[in-house]
Design a protein around this ligand. Structure first.
Ligand code: NZQ
Ligand code: ZN
Length: 395
């Protein structure tokens, strides 16, 4: 029996969750327009997801044209996505179906925004443009195959410009998926490395919105702690037994809830770990989650003064740490986090993930300076000096 019935998933009307739910596509995709199915490197052909998608579409769309666009790479490339933009323009496509992980979904968000954009579409990324008018974007739905990013239920995206090796964001309320289908059983075909990545990415998403400073939003804190505890409880097991539906469904639901806006309402958020981490992927192609495991704990050390109270709350409530002082509990909480990342297969030093990293801090600091990113974090006190310290501590 599915852990969550489809009725439970009606809490979020168009967030369809549960085993066998890909068949719901039949009712969710529009019937009056051409559709582009976008996917990645081909995992969907090996694990049965493509057949399920096709079966659901064929029942309703025998007469309709469905065009396919594959080859969206992990850390999707602007250059590749622009090819899909051309196809949509020339074929007059009215709806996109993203079938894949965060990279495919993010790629589709960019495509959706770029089709009607006049001028050089790389400006969307370079200027971090926000899209708020749904009439200006191409509507899209998603079939998620990798729980990690929350992209299936948020309006943000990250795209890499190959030419300049820049990993940049875009977003805006017009870029929410029209619907998302999340069937936890799709994780059974994921390589262990990707399962580990998913747990750590989701975990860090919560920390970015939680390890800040004490505030009055009590429920958001409790929900954040609940997601962290769930990931700690199931993370190590789900990477070994992705076929266990109880583990799989709790993992996927945690990952979606970690970055769908739920815990972010009315609270400060940091995101400096992500901004620095994105540079490590742009430079060395290190998996997104792995960059977070390298940077996050060092950021907590460097920003210890401002984050100590929240780190201690996290230590007490999430890890059950006892100690004589706030400081001691906060320090132990960082240690526990690193231990957890190791348990999840992360290597938390940059030198363990790439060679020739000596100039990384210089490079990142210069780049941030060029972009005018001089004050990151929930208190805007992650200055360029702090960024340097964090990156050097991560070597
Ligand atoms: O390309 P295919 O062949 O599909 O293979 C993928 C890819 O090689 C494979 N995969 C996905 N589902 C599978 C599967 N293999 C077997 N079975 C399945 N069911 O996994 C590999 C990685 O996929 P990818 O989509 O790149 O991973 P992920 O979901 O972790 O996405 C990472 C991207 O999302 C961005 C990251 O920066 C990175 O570019 N993020 C997006 C966010 C957002 N939109 O809110 C927030 C995040 O913090 C993150 O920055
Ligand atoms: Zn992330």
């Amino acid at each position: 029996t599915p852990l969550y019935s489809s009725a439970a998933s009606d809490v979020y009307k168009r967030q369809v969750f549960g085993k066998g739910q890909i068949a719901k596509l039949t009712d969710l995709v529009p019937s009056n327009t051409k559709i582009l199915i976008a996917y990645g490197g081909g995992s969907i052909f090996k694990n049965g997801v493509y057949e399920q998608v096709k079966a659901a579409l064929d029942t309703q769309f025998l007469a309709n044209e469905v065009i396919e666009f594959g080859g969206i790479e992990p850390n999707p490339r602007f250059e590749t996505l622009m090819k899909a933009v051309e196809i949509i323009r020339s074929e007059k496509i009215g709806f996109i179906l993203a079938v894949g992980g965060g990279s495919v979904i993010d790629g589709v968000k960019f495509i959706s925004a770029a089709v009607n954009f006049e001028g050089d579409a790389s400006e969307i990324l370079k200027k971090r443009l926000l899209f708020k008018d749904v009439s200006k974007v191409i509507p899209f739905g998603t079939v998620l195959t990798l729980p990690a990013t929350g992209s299936e239920m948020n309006s943000g995206a990250v795209v890499t410009i190959e030419a300049t090796q820049e990993k940049l964001t875009l977003g805006g309320s017009a870029l929410f998926p029209v619907f998302s289908i999340v069937d936890p059983s799709v994780i059974t075909s994921l390589p262990k490395r990707q399962l580990q990545n998913g747990v750590v990415d989701a975990f860090t998403h919560v920390l970015e919105q939680y390890i800040t400073y004490p505030h009055d939003a009590l429920l958001q804190d409790r929900i954040a702690e609940g997601i962290l505890q769930t990931l700690i409880e199931i993370g190590p097991d789900v990477v070994e037994n992705p076929r266990d539906y109880k583990l799989a469904s709790n993992f996927v639901w945690s990952a979606t809830m970690a970055l769908n806006g739920l815990i972010q309402k009315g609270v400060p958020s940091d995101w400096a770990t992500h901004m620095i981490g994105h540079e490590l992927t742009a430079l060395y192609e290190i998996d997104h989650a792995r960059t977070l495991a390298i940077i996050g704990p060092n950021l907590y050390k460097v920003m210890f003064e401002t984050k100590m109270d929240k780190l201690a709350q996290y230590g007490q409530r999430v890890w059950n740490i006892k100690g004589n002082s706030t400081e001691e509990i906060a320090e132990k909480a960082i240690e526990k986090t690193v231990e957890f990342y190791h348990k999840m297969g992360m290597k938390t030093k940059l030198s363990e993930n790439t060679d020739n990293f000596e100039n990384t801090a210089d490079f990142i600091v210069n780049r941030f300076e060029d972009r005018g990113w001089k004050a990151l974090g929930e208190k805007q006190n992650v200055t360029l000096e702090k960024v340097r310290e964090i990156v050097e501590m991560s070597y």
